[in-house]
Ligand binder design. Structure first.
Ligand SMILES: Nc1nc2c(ncn2[C@@H]2O[C@H](COP(=O)(O)OP(=O)(O)OP(=O)(O)O)[C@@H](O)[C@H]2O)c(=O)[nH]1
Ligand SMILES: [Mg+2]
Length: 321
């Protein structure tokens, strides 16, 4: 482990539970500032203890409301909680950023809670990396549970599995449409389903229907997704929901799957980071290469196709093996 005196001040601040240092370092990470690198390296040995739970599902199903309810439940049990809400910046999200902030800022003076909103800025790729670092910071800060909210559309949700050990997929009662729009991917990532808005008509039927669908599906490493009905706004089913999430975490420990799943996540992260470096280096080399002009001319003259041109450049720059 790094000797204490070599730890950069911001990282030391985080490890000493200084909330301002935590917020500051998160901002540096989000902005991809190189100043964050040494601090993140010093943080790393202190992370890896928290239960990280990803919460996803279609727009407006009540993900933030459930997080707020779970927060209350967890705090009443004395657990410390970090929350990361990834907000889309699409025009459809109107007001959700504000909505999240209003609800989530309700715990002033509670040092056992730290909430961070992140804009996804329309990028799928970059989210995973910075979200992962922000989660890591909350973990090193000492939060017991970290809840990560993402919007249920495409790429982002699959990436939640790269960050979280347990994934919660939230849906609402009018399941006919929901199941249609639920991408197969969401079904694959769910460890727990929550049918939220249980106070609305049709909730019981929806939960039964979902349970049937789950029972027809296959287990993943011996885990069959749980289906829980809840109402975030009526504060119903919240302890059952937490129990189901915790059951999955216990399952990971009992079946000794936690280390293996972390290994898979770290492997993906590593490949991603190396790919980024190789890509940057390659782009620079290609930019400087005189062959580029010739190939571009050939492409425009339609005497070569892009794949063949790429093959040629790739052969020229492939690292020695
Ligand atoms: N009736 C009812 N309404 C709910 C319930 N939970 C949330 N809502 C309402 O549904 C709306 C959306 O809730 P959010 O918690 O913002 O949903 P979200 O999934 O986080 O939304 P996005 O982040 O925008 O995708 C709000 O108006 C909530 O008050 C519930 O259990 N019952
Ligand atoms: Mg939300």
């Amino acid at each position: 482990m790094t000797p204490r005196r070599t730890i950069p001040p911001l990282a030391r601040g985080v490890l000493e539970k200084d909330r301002r240092a935590l917020a500051r370092l998160m901002t540096l990470v989000e902005n991809h500032e190189s100043a964050a690198e040494a601090s993140m390296a010093a943080i790393y040995p202190h992370a890896g203890k928290a239960h990280v739970i990803g919460i996803t599902g279609p727009l407006g199903v009540g993900k933030s409301s459930l997080i707020s309810a779970l927060l209350g439940h967890l705090r009443s049990k004395g657990r410390t909680v970090g929350i990361v809400a990834v907000d889309p910046s699409s025009p459809f999200s109107g007001g959700s950023v504000l909505g999240d902030r209003i609800r989530l800022d309700r715990a002033p003076g509670d040092n056992g809670v730290f909430i961070r909103s992140m804009a996804s800025r329309g990028h799928a790729g970059g989210i995973a990396e910075t979200t992962r670092e922000v989660v890591r910071l909350l973990d090193a800060f000492g939060m017991d549970v970290i809840l990560v909210e993402t919007v249920g559309s495409g790429q982002v949700d699959v990436e939640i599995r790269d960050i979280a050990s347990t994934s919660l997929v939230v849906v609402v009662p009018h399941l006919g449409d929901e199941v249609q729009s639920l991408k197969a991917g969401l079904f694959e990532i769910a460890d727990v389903f929550c049918v939220n808005k249980g106070d609305l008509p049709g909730a019981d039927g929806a939960a039964r229907y979902l349970s049937e669908m789950v029972s027809l599906g296959t287990d993943r490493d011996g885990w069959r997704p749980r289906v829980v009905s809840a109402s975030a706004t009526a504060a119903q089913g919240i302890s059952e929901l937490w129990e189901a999430l915790e059951a999955h975490e216990r399952f990971l420990d009992e079946k000794k799957l936690r280390a293996g799943s972390e290994r898979v996540r770290l492997g993906r992260e590593l490949v991603e980071l190396v790919r980024e470096r190789v890509g940057d280096q390659l782009a620079q080399k290609i930019d400087d290469d005189p062959q580029l002009d010739r190939l571009l001319a050939q492409l425009q003259a339609r005497t070569i196709d892009p794949h063949a041109a790429a093959d040629r450049l790739f052969r020229a720059f492939r690292p020695e093996t």
